[in-house]
Design a protein around this ligand. Structure first.
Ligand SMILES: [Zn+2]
Length: 208
């Protein structure tokens, strides 16, 4: 006689853990899509804190059948951690598993409805996003003095002209200088200014 969890109880245990492994050193995501668009993959296990049957890990004879098969006796773990905790019940005792469960459910509760933390952009991604708003429009391209020119004249704009932004990716921006000439400039050579006269951005081009 095993006091297994009913499917509905397993769903409760999984959802209360937000489908993540409760081992704080693991916290693996336990479900995701399969190739078949109608199916999902489950890598999680509703593990018994105290075993479902006599002789199992951490078995507690004082529990009733209902208590043993209730969600309060379950902890959501990934398949690896579920094996781990059942192989060594002296290291992974009831107190430890209950602590894991408490922490996981606390974290899951605090994260409900919270937006994900913003992913940090690289410098190039930031530049690219800024330039993308100007695709198809005119911007001012300002060539800054080369290091040699700077030595004799100081750091100042060397030449400037209006150009059209054709496209931009994480590495370079392509500009239409006139009907005959397009130029690609690496984003690492660009900084930004503001052209107040026409209300557009300035692309400050530094030569390396
Ligand atoms: Zn795990």
């Amino acid at each position: 006689m095993r006091d297994d969890f009913a499917e509905e109880v397993k769903r409760v245990i999984a959802s209360r853990a937000n489908q993540r492994c409760s081992n704080p050193d693991c916290r693996a995501t336990t479900c995701g899509p399969q190739d078949d668009p109608a199916k999902f993959l489950n890598f999680g296990v509703a593990a018994h804190i105290t075993a479902a049957s006599p002789g199992g890990p951490r078995y507690d004879a004082t529990l009733t059948s209902e208590q043993r098969s209730s969600a309060s006796n379950g902890i959501w773990l990934c398949q690896n951690c579920a094996k781990l905790v059942d192989n060594d019940e002296s290291q992974f005792d009831v107190g430890l598993l209950k602590a894991w469960k408490y922490i996981r459910e606390h974290d899951a509760r605090m994260s409900i409805g919270q937006t994900a933390p913003p992913v940090q952009d690289t410098d190039s991604q930031r530049k690219c996003r800024k330039i993308l708003q100007w695709v198809g429009k005119q911007v001012m391209l300002v060539k800054m003095a080369t290091p040699q020119q700077e030595m004799s004249m100081g750091a100042r704009p060397w030449a400037s002209q209006y150009v059209a932004v054709l496209e931009c990716n994480e590495f370079y921006v392509r500009l239409k200088v006139n009907d005959a000439i397009t130029r690609s400039i690496p984003l690492e050579n660009l900084r930004f200014g503001r052209d107040d006269k026409y209300g557009c951005i300035e692309l400050l081009e530094y030569s390396r």
